[in-house]
Design a protein around this ligand. Structure first.
Ligand code: SF4
Ligand code: SF4
Length: 248
């Protein structure tokens, strides 16, 4: 029938108009900025750094400054400098950390490649979209302190993904602990299997004293070739004069 599509469209509009007075699901507009839109979990814009602890974000960053994301970022908008020292991470293991970590969000194209390549789940995509500034460069260059956000924030914006990451990290830590315990047990078993000290060697017969065990060693018999013809204790035999030498 001619105009049936138009009538169906008007019916939907009328339904939403009436429904918007009593059903929030039928709202087609919100009073922004007083009311914020509910963003879908998959929404993303710029990256942020995950820290384990909200009270010490700089001390518990997951990032170990491996610089993989810096190398892989297509527009090269990540800048990292490694620390010279090591600090204990959230698990207490000494780690290198980023002394400088900056992202130029005026260049970032929200591709999420940095997130995909990070082996430590240390960088994730944020959902903050109110980032308008009056300057084009400085305000959009975010430093380590501005980028760090706690894991609880990550759970707030991407709950499903954050739960998966937590489960994976917990499994990795457990596996590492079990491996360390197994290595320590194997080391202890190997040390126990080794003899405590080699058995004391029996005293050499040739070095035994004639007085019996424990006495001083027997004096060495004088060498036969060095004995004098006068008997033991005499002066050694004089050497024969060589031929042609003076005769006394
Ligand atoms: S989202 Fe893409 S462009 Fe932005 S910092 Fe990560 S890798 Fe670079
Ligand atoms: S965010 Fe990840 S990939 Fe980038 S430097 Fe830190 S640990 Fe490495």
């Amino acid at each position: 029938m001619l105009g049936s599509g138009l009538l169906q469209g008007l019916a939907v509009t009328a339904k939403n108009f009436v429904g918007s007075f009593h059903d929030p699901a039928r709202y087609t507009t919100i009073e922004y900025p007083e009311v914020k839109p509910a963003l879908p979990e998959a929404y993303r814009n710029f990256p942020f750094l995950v820290s384990e602890n909200a009270t010490d974000p700089m001390g518990t960053l997951r990032c170990v400054a491996c610089q993989i994301c810096e190398k892989e970022c297509p527009p090269q908008c990540i800048y990292i400098e490694k620390s010279k020292d090591k600090k204990p991470d959230a698990a207490g293991k000494p780690q290198i950390y980023p002394a400088i970590f900056a992202i130029d969000t005026s260049v970032c194209m929200s591709c999420q490649i940095c997130v995909e390549v990070c082996p430590f789940d240390a960088i994730k995509m944020d959902q903050v979209f109110e980032i308008a500034t009056t300057t084009r460069f400085e305000a959009l260059l975010l430093n380590r302190e501005q980028l760090a956000k706690p894991n609880s924030y990550y759970h707030g914006i991407h709950p499903t993904e954050a739960a998966e990451v937590d489960a994976r990290l917990a499994a990795d830590r457990k596996a590492a602990e079990e491996k360390a315990q197994a290595a320590a047990a194997a080391k202890a078993a190997a040390a126990a299997a080794k003899p405590a000290s080699p058995a004391a060697k029996p005293l050499d017969e040739s070095r035994r004293s004639p007085q019996g065990e424990g006495g001083p060693p027997a004096p060495k018999a004088p060498d036969e070739s060095r004995r004098s013809p006068q008997g033991e204790g005499g002066s050694p035999t004089p050497k024969p004069q060589s031929e042609g030498g003076a005769v006394s």
